[in-house]
Design a protein around this ligand. Structure first.
Ligand code: HEC
Length: 142
C-alpha cells in the first residue's frame, strides 16, 4: 500500500519535471525569436521590409523562398559572407549585391535566421549559434 503511494508520487514528480523542462524549452525558443525580431528590425528590415516581402527588383522577399526555409548552411553563408550572384525569385530578377553581416555575433545570426524561418508564413527549424560558428570558422569559398 505504502509502496503504491510512493510509486504514484514518483510518477507525478517525473511528469511535473518533464512538463517544466518542456515549458522552459519553448520559453527559450520564444526568447530567441523575440531577439531575432530585434536583430531583424535593426539590420534587415530596411531592405527586406517588415512583412518580409522585400521590394520588387531591389531586395528579394524572405517570405516563402527556398533560400530561407531550405539549406541552413547556405542561409548562414548569405548573412556571414553576403551574396552577389543574380537571383530570380517569383519571376523577378534581383541584381543588387547584399553585403556581409559578419559583424553580428553567432547568437544574433542564429536568432535572426530562426526568426525569418518562422515568420512571414515560413515554417522551418531553428538555427543554433554553434551552426553559425561552424560556417564562420570554415574557409570561405572563393
Ligand atoms: C542593403 C539591403 C539589404 C540588407 C540590409 C539585407 N539584405 Fe538580404 N538581400 C539583399 C539583396 C539585394 C539580396 C539579393 C542578393 C543577390 O541577388 O545576390 C538579398 C538576399 C537575401 C537572401 C537570399 C534571397 C531571399 O530573398 O531569400 C536572404 C535569405 C537574405 N537576404 C537575408 C537577409 C538578412 C537575414 C538580413 C539581416 C541580417 C539581410 N538580408 C539584410 C539586400 C539586403
Amino acid at each position: 500500500m505504502r509502496f503504491k503511494k510512493h510509486c504514484i508520487l514518483y510518477c507525478l514528480s517525473m511528469l511535473l519535471g518533464f512538463l517544466v523542462s518542456a515549458q522552459s524549452k519553448t520559453l527559450s525558443e520564444s526568447k530567441r525569436l523575440a531577439n531575432g525580431k530585434k536583430v531583424y528590425s535593426m539590420y534587415c528590415l530596411a531592405c527586406h521590409q517588415a512583412d518580409g516581402n522585400g521590394v520588387p527588383r531591389l531586395n528579394p522577399p524572405l517570405a516563402g523562398t527556398d533560400y530561407v526555409t531550405g539549406s541552413k548552411t547556405r542561409l548562414i553563408d548569405i548573412v556571414l559572407y553576403g551574396l552577389t550572384e543574380p537571383l530570380e525569385i517569383n519571376d523577378e530578377v534581383y541584381n543588387n549585391p547584399m553585403a556581409s553581416h559578419a559583424f553580428l555575433s553567432d547568437q544574433q545570426v542564429a536568432d535572426v535566421l530562426s526568426y525569418i524561418r518562422n515568420s512571414f508564413g515560413n515554417k522551418a527549424g531553428m538555427i543554433a549559434a554553434t551552426e553559425v560558428k561552424k560556417q564562420r570558422n570554415r574557409q570561405p569559398k572563393k
